[in-house]
Design a protein. Structure first.
Length: 402
């Protein structure tokens, strides 16, 4: 089996996922193509040598439809021989794209690939693609479907995470992200986004709220209490988990991931491609795994997928120096740390999606770049990236610096 090496990782800043967000004026395909162009320019590669571009995209409809990966390749003016494909594993789509791209290298079927993601949530709103799981009453009934926010509150209730616990985690995320930006820890991975006139419109993560405190969060109403009670989702959750007498609604806009726009790309190749372009491998993919988990509570998959990836790499949790676990909701990360007995000092050291936002299909690729940069900054060796996934799944990837 060939080694799959990461040669580079770039991302756009995250723009607020609303009509007044800075990236709203940029079409999704152009958001993706700008990152591809930056990868090409920084590494001085002939794109004819890139076999495939795999992009995660959770809602491949409208402007994000019709295989946006191939369209982005064409928009970036890459060689016409470069293939492109869109993949969807909900929130883990960007990491799944990296795993597929790496798998092509490992199997010897490709020499150089891109794994990444795109989501313009201001232009293609969350839920746009629909789906039987939530829309077909028969499917929803038999699977005990509840919206993900209800799952987060169910997780917090079942495992005893209070409003104070999740708010404290959220404040820490904001502080860490603010410090990371202040110390310019992301500077080597950010591609400033330009408008159609080549004028820079965003160079920093726009969603951050560094002034957040426990007091300011305490004033926010729970986001999922009304739909839980009025639409019966609390009852569905309790039917599935009868040991829960009632749901405690602890999640709100301040301790849940932010809605944002963004794209990312990771350049992966074999050793020969690195030699051809005189590129130094930054890390190699040690292992990866995706798993299914119980779909009502939905958000317990990260620890299980991490354990599976560790087993495949013949490693233990103690062998990992840093972890990036997507902050979909604060309780999800708290549970992940508890299950694997990981200290918070090793997890999301530069903040996460609570502070900077979660551009669904792109997030997995973004946090891969984040952990790679941090491993280099701290001169550490191994990192594990993982995300919870809708419908009850988890995806994880382990990398090791070269």
């Amino acid at each position: 089996m060939d080694e799959a090496y990461i040669y580079d990782a770039l991302r756009t800043p995250r723009g607020k996922g609303k009509k007044d967000g800075s990236l709203n004026e940029v079409a999704p395909v152009k958001l993706a193509s700008q990152v591809l162009k930056a990868i090409e320019k920084r590494n001085n590669i002939n794109t004819e040598d890139v076999d495939d571009v795999i992009l995660g995209c959770v809602h491949p409809v409208g402007e994000q439809g019709a295989d946006i990966a191939r369209t982005a390749v064409l928009e970036a003016n890459w060689h016409e021989s470069v293939a492109g494909v869109q993949v969807d594993r909900f929130c883990a789509s960007g990491l799944e794209a990296i795993n597929i791209a790496a798998g092509q290298i490992m199997s010897g079927q490709s020499d150089m690939t891109i794994g990444g993601g795109i989501e313009s949530m201001s232009r293609v709103p969350m839920g746009s693609s629909g789906g039987a799981w939530m829309a077909d009453p028969d499917v929803a009934y038999h699977t005990y479907f509840v919206p993900q926010g209800i799952s987060a509150d169910l997780l917090a209730t079942k495992y005893g995470y209070s409003r104070t616990d999740v708010d404290k985690y959220a404040v820490d995320s904001q502080k860490r992200a603010a410090t990371a930006w202040k110390e310019k820890r992301f500077k080597n991975s950010i591609v400033s986004v330009e408008d159609q006139n080549k004028i820079e419109i965003l160079s920093h993560d726009e969603y951050m709220r560094p002034e957040t405190t426990m007091q300011s969060l305490a004033s926010l109403e729970p986001s999922f209490s009304k739909i839980g009670k009025l639409q019966g989702f609390n009852d569905v959750a309790i039917l599935k988990y009868p040991e829960i007498e009632r749901l405690e609604h602890v999640h709100h806009a301040g301790n849940s991931s932010g809605i944002v726009d963004g794209s990312a790309a990771v350049l992966i190749g074999n050793k020969e491609m690195g030699k051809k372009y005189n590129l130094r491998p930054r890390a190699k993919i040690r292992s990866f795994a995706s798993i299914g988990s119980e779909p009502t509570i939905m958000l317990t998959g990260p620890a299980v997928s991490a354990e599976k990836a560790l087993k495949r790499a013949k490693m233990d949790v103690s062998d990992i120096d840093l972890f990036e676990m997507n902050e979909a909701f604060a309780a999800v990360v708290l549970r992940f740390m508890d299950v694997l007995n990981i200290d918070h000092s090793k997890v999301n050291v530069n903040g996460g999606a609570i502070a900077m936002g979660h551009p669904l299909g792109a997030t997995g690729a973004m946090i891969m770049g984040t952990i790679l940069d941090e491993l280099e900054r701290e001169d550490l060796s191994t990192g594990l990236v993982t995300l919870c996934v809708g419908a009850g799944m988890g995806t994880a990837t382990i990398i090791e610096r070269v």
